[in-house]
Design a protein around this ligand. Sequence first.
Ligand SMILES: [Fe+2]
Ligand SMILES: [Fe+2]
Length: 449
Amino acid sequence: MERVQILVVEDEGVVARDIQRTLENLGHDVPWVASSAEEAMRISSEQHPSLVLMDIVLQGEMDGMEAAEYIRTHLDIPVVYLTAYADDRVLQRAKVTEPFGYILKPFQERELHSVIETALYKHQMERKLRESERFSTSLLLNSAGPIVVLSPDTSVRYVNPALEALTGFTAGELFGRKAPYPWWTEETLEKTRRDLSEAMQEGATHLEELFQKKSGERFWVEIRSQPVTTEGRLEYYLATWADITERKRTNEFLEKLFVQLAETISTAMAYRDPYTAGHGRRVGELARLVGGKLGLDEGRSKGLYVAGLLHDIGNLSVPEDLLIKRGRMNPEELALLRAHHTRGGYEILSGVEFPWPVADVALHHHERIDGSGYPDGLRGDELSLEVQIVGVCDTVDEMNSSGIYHAARSKKEMLAELTRGRGATYGVDVADAMTGIIRSGELDRVSAE
Ligand SMILES: [Fe+2]
Ligand SMILES: [Fe+2]
């Protein structure tokens, strides 16, 4: 270990030499002795001793405490006071300058040893702690991802420069602000507020939020967050953001293209079977409407629209003569038509990685919850909600349109069919939602478009 070099500051020559000898006996080097505060500061600045042993009362303009204050704060050198005065007032004043220990004159060699060892150890620990704090702070400061730290009362405790850069708000503007924060948007306020209170308790891994910059520009972030607790009590809440605006835009664009493509296919199908023109679109619209009534989120409702658009795509695989014969078929022909209509549709769609159960809907939209449907005779929960919804919308649109062999049914007839099938062939919630749509006139609106 490096030898400890001590600066002794003592204005009485005899005492100074005595201390120097004692320290050297203890195995320390004492290359310098200063007799005034000014000299102590000069030697400390130039030589950087490991420790300063400072007499509090010194002759000259400045006393030991002033010098100690400077040496400690500017040079980061531990100072141990040496004093003949056990006066409370002196010690009280000395405490303010945060010495690493006191020794009262006259002192024992053993006492001097332990005070110096303690002071050096304490100083080293403080330095390590400071370094570790500096390291942690620099990690936060230099993190490319925006970071926000909230106190339990939701007030902003810290934001890093990346968050300032993304939002355009400065740390000064944000510090201490409680929710709702200026980066929250009016239209998503309630969702964001709910998400925050949940995340502050349980953390979050993939929270997506729409926020706004100071300029008003909107952006999307994905939030990962962690409540940090001590003995079960929330200490702070740490959230890191990833700006996913570009990803969102790309996805939205792709989704729009995708929906347009499904609409185009649905329209094209009418060229093959003009009697069903507009059926796919109407079933899609109705299914989306039912999804909304049942509280499904926007993504799932959009999936219902696409599934509705394409539910009868299997017709493309039905042989032409069978399509024309419809209604005057023998049982074998009917079975063939149904197989093409459902399994054919599934085959056409199953190769596409839809984010929604579109192929399943094409396959099963003629299934009924009492097992009376086709092609697989599924029952109850075996029919997904999407399948149930499109199934009901399909039936209603067919009743509501005039086909080759039948005129459009009346509202009363449609409502009677839903009442008859409620809980038997159709799911209760789905049948009720559709009943509401017919009664409110929304069905007429969808059909008129
Ligand atoms: Fe169908
Ligand atoms: Fe259909």
